[in-house]
Design a protein around this ligand. Sequence first.
Ligand SMILES: [Zn+2]
Length: 476
Amino acid sequence: MTLRIHNTLSGKIDELIPGGEKRESISDYPAVTIYSCGPTVYSYAHIGNFRTFVFNDFLRRYLKFRGFEVNHAMNITDVDDKTISGANKENISLKEYTDRYTEIFFENLKQLNIESVEHVPRATESIESMIEIIDKLHKKGLAYENEGSVYFSISKFDGYGKLSRLDKRETRTGIRYDTDEYEKDDVRDFALWKASKEGEVSWDTPYGKGRPGWHIECSAMIRKIFGKTIDIHTGGVDLIFPHHENEIAQSEAAYDEKFVRHWIHVEHLLVEGSKMSKSLGNFYTLKDILDRGYSPRSIRYLLMSAHYKKQLNFTFAGLKQADQALARIDNLIINLKYVKNENPDHEGLEKIIDDLYKNFINSVDDDLNISKGLGIFFEFIHTINTLLSENRLSKQNCARIIKVLEDLDKVFGFIFFPENGSGDIDTEKIEQLIKERSEAKKNRDFEKADMIRDRLLEKGILLEDTRHGTRWKKKR
Ligand SMILES: [Zn+2]
C-alpha cells in the first residue's frame, strides 16, 4: 500500500515520495517536508480558512500515523497592505496590531485541537532571506527596479503558468494585480519588493526603503527553513494563482532547482450553500460559531469529514449531525467502560480490528479519502455495539477497543478531545456525582438527588436508573 495524493502540478494522483527517491518502506524515507501558507494576521480568520488549517493538521497527523516523520512549517504574514492599514487606523505599531491577531489565531488552532507545527516563521523576521532571493533574481536579470520597487520579469521565466495551467493570455485577464500603482514592464509582473509610502513600516535594502511583496515571503521562508526542494506545499485553491504560481517562479528562477514536489490544494467552503461573504450575512469566524453554542469539537469533525478536493457546505444542521456522530462515539466509550461482567474473550475481535485498520488505511491512502475512512470507522462502531448488546465482549476486549480508538484518534483528533472543548466529558466527575445522588436517594433526600440529576442534564448527561444501578449517556 502506498500513499497517493492529488498533485496540482502534475494534475494527477501521485505517490508521495519524500526526498524524491523511491524507498523500500516508509521508515526508510527522510522526514516529509511540508509548507502551508498561513494566515495574514489583520483580523479574525474565518471558518473557510479553518477548513484548510484543519486539513493541514489531518494531513500531518495521517502521515505520522502511517509511519512518516514530518517537518512542517506554516508562516504568519504580519506585514502587507491590510495589516499596515489596520495598525494605522488604530494608531498602534504594526507589531502590536499583528501580535493581537496572531495570538487569537493560535488560540483558535488550540480550540480546534490542531497540533503545533515544527516551524512558524513570521514574515517580518525573514526579511534577510527575502532580500537574498531578490538579489539572486536581480543578478540573473530576472528582476528589475522601478521607483524603489522591484518586479519579477515573468516573460523571462519559461515555466510560468505550469501550476495553474493558464496560458499567457489568461494570466493577463481577470486577475487582481497588485493594487499599488507602480510602473511595470509587463502587466503580469508582480512586486518582489515594494517601495514604502510615507509613514509606512519599512526596511533598509540595497533597493531603498521598502517592504516585501506577499509572494516572496513564502519562497524565502521555505528556503530559509528547508534549504532545498520540499515535498509538500499546501493551501486553499484560491492561492493557486497568482500566489503559488509566483512562488514557483521566484524560487525556481533563483535557485535553478525544483521548488515543490507535491502541491495539495483544499477546495472552498460554502456556508449554507453560498460562498461566504459579509454582505450575505453568512461570514463566520470561529468565535461567531462558538458563541452560538456549538462546540469546537463538532466544528473540527465537520471540517474534517469532507474530502479536501470537494467543496464543503458548512451548515448548522451539519454541525448538529456532527454532534450526533460524536455522541455515538462517546456512548460507545461509555458502554465499553461499563462492561464489568466476566464474559470470555471474543475470538473474532482481532480480525475485526485488523479489517478496520486495513480498510481505513486503504481508503485514506487513496488521495486522503477521509469520508470513506470515516464510513469504515462507523461501520466498526456499529459492529462493536452489536457485540456489546449481545454480551459477547470481555473486559479485556473492551480495553483493547479503547486502545484502538486512542490510536485512530491520532488522526482524527476529535474522539478524546482536550479540556478546551465543551464537548469533553469528565467521566470521573460524573461517576462521583452519580454516587452522591445514590447516597442522597438512600437517605430519602430527593431534592438533592434531583438537583444532581438536573445539573448533569445541563451538561448534556442523561441518567438512566436500571436494575443494575444508574447508567449515564450523552444526550443527542
Ligand atoms: Zn504562501
